[in-house]
Structures are given as structure tokens and as C-alpha cells.
Design a protein around this ligand. Structure first.
Ligand code: C2G
Length: 152
């Protein structure tokens, strides 16, 4: 029973996260996720829109995820690997090399990051709103014709 381990903030869950979780799970029989706590996000200087509780609830609803626990420090990974008996630590390729020091505890794999999607990109797009051309081109809503009361 090979347990795969990964970590992250997983804010505003998007297809890049799901691709990572699906491919990580496919490398073993179970997938455990160390989910960054709100305090750890502050340490990472990362602002998550959703609370830990909400991000946890979303992750637990994902079919590839078997377990979720808090990630509170950078240093807890070796102890997590031992506690969970993790066979593989999987991270996206933007972390390439950052966790090689853990290869004495388990295999470390970096999977290609999904291009052109990130939580911060989604937030920026939502803040920007639809392109104005789309708004201008949108047909005006047809207003109900008012019965003429006659000249005033
Ligand atoms: N990811 C990806 N493709 C994207 C976005 C994210 O493959 N377009 C991967 C990241 O590489 C990471 C995981 O999804 O492996 C979670 O990404 P984040 O939620 O941004 O987490 P991060 O800030 O990278 O935290 O100790 C490790 C850290 O907690 C990782």
C-alpha cells in the first residue's frame, strides 16, 4: 500500500491543483495532503482567499484525496513522511529541487506544473471583470413596452 504525500495551499481549487492531485494519486494507492494552515500561509507570505477549514472541506471532496492534515512548518515533512509511511513525496515542478534533501526518507517526484493557471491569476481576472468590449457588445435587455398613458 504505497502512500503518496503532497503539500500546498490549494486556495480557490483549480485545474492545476486537480491535475497535480490526480497524477500524484496515480503514483500510489493513497494520497495524503499537507494543507498549509492559515498561519503557515502567512509565513509563506501567501494570502489565501479561503480559510483552512474551507480549503480542507474542498480537498476532502476530491476523489483523489484520502487524507488531509495541517502543514504548519517547512520542517515537518520528514516527520510526516515517517508518521505516514509515505513512499513518495510529490510536488509541482515549480518546486524542482527544493525537497531533494528528503530523498533519504522517500522518493521525491516533481510533476510538470499546469501552465497558465494559478489562484493569484484567477483572483486578478475576477478583479478585472469581463473585457469591456464584451459588455459593450452585449445586447441591451429588452424592456417591457409600457402601455402609453397618452400625452401628458
Ligand atoms: N500546481 C501545479 N500547477 C499549477 C498550480 C499549482 O502543478 N498551475 C501545484 C504546485 O506545484 C504545488 C500544488 O499544486 O505542488 C499546490 O500549489 P499551491 O497551492 O500554490 O501550494 P504552494 O504555495 O506551492 O505550497 O511546503 C510546500 C508548500 O506548502 C507548497
Amino acid at each position: 500500500m504505497a502512500l503518496v504525500l503532497t503539500y500546498g495551499t490549494f486556495d480557490l481549487l483549480h485545474v492545476g491543483h486537480v491535475n497535480l492531485l490526480r497524477r500524484a494519486r496515480a503514483l500510489g494507492d493513497r494520497l495524503a495532503v499537507g494543507l498549509s494552515s492559515d498561519a503557515f500561509n502567512a509565513l509563506k507570505r501567501k494570502h489565501a482567499t479561503q480559510s483552512y477549514a474551507d480549503r480542507e472541506a474542498v480537498l476532502r471532496a476530491i476523489r483523489y484525496v484520502d487524507e488531509v492534515f495541517p502543514e504548519d512548518t517547512w520542517e515537518q515533512k520528514a516527520a510526516d513522511i515517517r508518521r505516514l509511511g509515505a513512499a513518495i513525496l510529490v510536488m509541482g515542478s515549480d518546486w524542482e529541487g527544493h525537497f531533494d534533501h528528503l530523498s533519504g526518507h522517500c522518493h521525491v517526484r516533481y510533476l510538470p506544473r499546469t501552465e497558465n493557471i494559478s489562484s493569484s491569476q484567477l483572483k486578478a481576472e475576477i478583479r478585472r471583470g469581463p473585457p469591456t468590449a464584451a459588455v459593450d457588445a452585449a445586447p441591451l435587455p429588452r424592456l417591457p413596452r409600457l402601455a402609453h398613458a397618452g400625452p401628458r
